[in-house]
Design a protein around this ligand. Structure first.
Ligand code: FES
Length: 66
């Protein structure tokens, strides 16, 4: 998602780009995603709809809070 956002001119803060630091955490408003992180996000955050943009691929159309 991070590269798609950048290509669209949207700025999502990022650091490691490997799912470790959590800098790119954003909240998903709707849709389904596939996320493979390396510990940069807590289970509680995932339960609340947060994702790490650097290691998430959307499954179809999604919307995120900006
Ligand atoms: S940039 Fe570090 S977790 Fe996404």
């Amino acid at each position: 998602m991070l590269s798609v956002a950048r290509a669209a001119g949207l700025v999502i803060p990022s650091g490691c780009t490997m799912g470790i630091c959590g800098t790119c955490k954003i909240r998903k408003a709707e849709g389904q995603v596939h996320m493979l992180h390396n510990g940069g996000i807590a289970d509680e955050d995932i339960d609340e709809g947060y994702i790490l943009a650097c290691c998430t691929n959307p499954i179809g159309h999604i919307a995120v809070d900006a």
